[in-house]
Ligand binder design. Sequence first.
Ligand SMILES: NC(=O)c1ccc[n+]([C@@H]2O[C@H](COP(=O)([O-])OP(=O)(O)OC[C@H]3O[C@@H](n4cnc5c(N)ncnc54)[C@H](OP(=O)(O)O)[C@@H]3O)[C@@H](O)[C@H]2O)c1
Length: 315
Amino acid sequence: MRVVIIGGTGHIGSYLTPRLVEAGHAVTCISRGVREPYLQHSAWKHVTQLNLDRSAEERAGMFGERIAQLDAEAVIDLTCYFLESATQLAEALMDCGTYLLHCGTIWVHGPSVEVPTTEEPPRRPFGDYGIRKASIEAYLLDRARSAKLTVTVLHPGHLVGPGWNPINPTGNFNPKVFTALANGTEVAIPNIGMETVHHVHADDVAQCFMMALAKPDAARGESFHVVSPAALTLRGYAEEMASWFGQPALLRFLPYEEWRQSVSEKDAAATWDHISHSPNCSIRKARELLGYSPRYSSLQAAKEAVSWMMQNNLV
Ligand SMILES: NC(=O)c1ccc[n+]([C@@H]2O[C@H](COP(=O)([O-])OP(=O)(O)OC[C@H]3O[C@@H](n4cnc5c(N)ncnc54)[C@H](OP(=O)(O)O)[C@@H]3O)[C@@H](O)[C@H]2O)c1
C-alpha cells in the first residue's frame, strides 16, 4: 500500500516506519525534519521523507490538501492534538477511500469506574489534553458512522522505549527516582502507592498500528486501547525495580500534599496528572479483533528503557 505516516520519526514512528517498509509498503514520512528517529534501521533508506510543518500548513489551510494530494491508501496520523487539525485532515480524506489511522491516548478516559477500563464507557476526560483528544475521537468516530471516512483510533498508554525517560514509580519522569532505587536509598511515594500507571512499549504500539492497517474490516469505526497486558501500582513498580537493581525497596509513603513539598513543581504536576488518572486499561478488544499481542509487560518495557538510561549515565 501507499502509506503516509505523519510524525514518523518520533517515539512510535521510530518503530512503526521501519515496520511499514519491512511489510512492503511504499512509505512517505511527514515531519519537519528536525529530529532523527530513536533507532537506526536500514529501512529508512527506503522511506520518502517530506518535510512539512503541520502547524504552518494548517494555518494556511493547506495541510489536509497536501496530504490528500499524496494519494495514499492509508494515512497514519501520529501528531494530531487539536480538533481543527483532525477536521482539516479528515475533510480532505473524506469520500476518497483513504484509510485514516489516528493516534489517540488513554487520557480520553477520566476517572475509572470498573477496571480494567474498556473502550465502551462514555468519555469523562479532564485536563486540556485529554479533553481535546476525546473531542477528536468523538468527531472521527462520528464521521466513520456516517460512512464518509474509514478511520480507526488507537489509544496508547505511557510510551516507553530506549531513548527517553519512562514514567518512574513516583509517577513522573525524574531519573533520580531510578538512581535512588538502584542505590538502595529511600524513595518517597505519594499516598499509599496503590495508584496506577499503564505503560506500553512503543514497538507494541507500532505492532498494533500494523494490525489495524492489515485488518480494516475489523478495525474501521473502532477505537482500541494499546497498552501493556497490565497496569502497575506505584508501590509494586518501585519494589520490582529495586529488586531488579538487587536492592531492598526503602519506600516512604506520604499524603500527596506533603509529598509534593519534596519535589519540584514540574515533577509534582506530572505525578498528579498520572495518579489522578490512575489508568488501568483493557486490551481485550485489540486482542480479539486485531490479534494484538504485546511483546512487553510494563516492567519489561521499563527495564529496557532504564537499561538505556544507565548506558547513557542518566541513572
Ligand atoms: N508520549 C506518550 O507517552 C503518549 C501517550 C499516549 C498517546 N500519545 C500520543 O502519541 C502521539 C505522539 O506520538 P509520538 O510520541 O511517537 O510523537 P513524538 O515522539 O512527539 O514525535 C513527533 C513526530 O512529529 C513530528 N513533528 C512534530 N511537530 C511537527 C510539525 N509541526 N509538523 C510536522 N511534523 C512534526 C516530529 O518530527 P520533527 O520534530 O522533525 O518535525 C516527530 O516525527 C500523539 O498523538 C499523542 O497524543 C503519546
